[in-house]
Write a protein that binds this ligand. Structure first.
Ligand code: LFR
Length: 479
């Protein structure tokens, strides 16, 4: 018997509603609806159009048709604040909004960065929820806030009327202790953060609620339709869907970000790990997502936007013909976080480091892809060293798997075979957690075996010339 699950996956540039049909040993995924996610710049700053996203979810559920359950995953750290009546206070702030500039330093004055890392294992990123809350503290909106819901939990609340805080996404707030997998009470007390702002924790596989009658009416679905908590952090769902057939793998989830690292069964909280800015986010079944955030295809998306949206295929073909590794930038650099002027900012970074300045779109594209591959190489090597784990193969999942040049360059740079597939990894992980809650899938290894059997995978072998990547890495480090 086959069952149907709707997976809502919200990315930084688009949202989609996918339908996964799962039976014993079978899995098919199809797209019901895709809609743009366009952040809006208003006088107060950069905001998410969360009502537009919710409308997209409802449209998608209608297009999906009758399903046995649904689940939502999305990007991390961002949230809505609710008042005492449960109404949303304002549009959620975008993690690229500059309100957190300089905030981390203020937090570190009361809790040093090393102590924060020891308590939470979370990388430094200016947008961690902890810093966003600190930035919001003095606002009128915050004074009225009685509840904070992370974006997938906010939409789940609108769909079901039930409030919760899903654990994998909660781990990106920097208020969770990755050893106990529960709130870091001591840290929150020291920082004056009231944890009762958060709804109770729930875990992937838990029942989050049922679609409200009004939602059934809006979508044409017949109830009861359960909403299942999935790995609601998109990266948690994507890592769950890495189709690995060996434990000796590294993964790179590619999309707006590249998230590169290892799946571990315990966090790495050493000072060396903090210095390397590795994060210990929580995954399914007691796992830890030990990874580094790399700017990812955001760099290219922003350039393409600046160039007036040329056709990507042609641009990538031209970029493949540009000589390799002429100039590289640090694709982990926070300087690239904000939107705008990306081609110029990349050119400036090359100029400032005494490298040839890319001029044409093809040259800039090549610089970006070489830089991403180099950052992938560094992240995989650092993760192996810091976690003391062997790696034989790198799995690339997510939207970047469509970019064959990036996959090949990643194999070359890492000096390891790359297996690319599961383009809609987050949706696949989302579906499988729902199927498992229904008794149709087993443990993580079982889920991965099913994916390895059902997803088209492409293998890229490293080409000769690893030394050139080592040289480029040394060049970048010397600057
Ligand atoms: C990827 C992602 C990353 C997170 C970033 C901001 O979509 O969720 O894991 O660091 O977005 O939320």
């Amino acid at each position: 018997m086959r069952r149907a699950y709707a997976a809502v996956d919200l990315g930084a540039s688009s949202g989609r509603v996918m339908v996964g049909r799962v039976g014993p040993g079978t899995l098919e995924l199809s797209e019901a609806h895709r809609f743009p996610n366009r952040p809006v710049r208003v006088p107060e700053g950069l905001r998410w159009d969360v009502l537009g996203l919710y409308a997209g979810v409802l449209d998608g559920l209608r297009a999906a048709g009758q399903v046995d359950s649904m689940g939502i995953d999305g990007w991390a750290v961002d949230h809505g604040l609710l008042d005492a009546d449960g109404a949303l206070l304002g549009n959620p702030v975008h993690y690229r909004d500059p309100r957190t500039d300089g905030v981390a330093e203020k937090v570190w004055a009361s809790v040093p960065a090393a102590e924060l890392y020891a308590a939470t294992g979370l990388q430094y990123a200016p947008f961690n929820t902890l810093y966003q809350l600190t930035a919001a503290r003095a606002t009128a909106q915050f004074a009225h806030a009685r509840r904070l819901l992370l974006i997938p939990d906010l939409l789940t609340y609108w769909l079901t009327g039930e409030q919760g805080t899903e654990l994998t996404n909660a781990s990106t707030t920097q208020l969770i202790d990755p050893r106990t997998r529960s709130w870091a009470h001591g840290l929150a007390d020291r920082l004056g953060i009231d944890l009762s702002l958060f709804a109770p924790l729930r875990r992937p596989g838990d029942r989050a609620g049922l679609l409200r009658p009004g939602v059934l009416e809006d979508t044409g679905l017949t109830g009861p339709v359960p909403v299942t908590a999935v790995g609601s952090h998109d990266t948690a769902s994507a890592v769950a869907a890495v189709p690995a057939d060996t434990p000796r793998f590294a993964y790179i989830c590619t999309g707006t970000w590249s998230l590169a690292g290892l799946e571990l069964d315990a966090p790495v909280l050493t000072e060396e790990s903090r210095a390397a800015n590795f994060t210990n986010e929580l995954g399914l079944d007691g796992t830890v997502r030990y990874l580094r955030n790399i700017m990812g295809l955001w760099l290219l998306q922003e350039c393409v936007r600046a160039w007036g949206d040329p056709e990507l295929g042609g641009l990538l073909r031209e970029a493949a013909g540009v000589p390799a590794l002429r100039s590289v930038v640090d694709a982990g650099d926070e300087a690239f976080l904000a939107p705008g002027r990306m081609p110029e900012r990349i050119a400036e970074a090359c100029r400032a480091s005494g490298q040839p300045v890319p001029v044409t779109p093809a040259e800039t594209t090549r610089c970006i892809l070489d830089s991403l591959a180099l950052a992938h190489r560094r992240a995989v090597a650092d993760a192996r060293r810091l976690a003391d784990r062997p790696v034989d193969v790198v799995y690339v999942v997510g939207g970047g798997t469509r970019n064959a040049l990036l996959c090949q360059l990643t194999a070359d740079a890492c000096g390891l075979p790359v297996v690319a597939g599961a383009t809609e990894a987050a949706a696949l992980g989302n579906v499988l957690v729902q199927a498992r809650a229904d008794g149709l899938a087993g443990d993580l290894a079982d889920m991965r075996a099913l994916l390895a059997r059902t997803q088209p995978l492409t293998r890229y072998l490293p080409r000769a010339g690893t030394a050139r990547w080592r040289d480029a890495e040394a060049r970048l480090a010397a600057r």
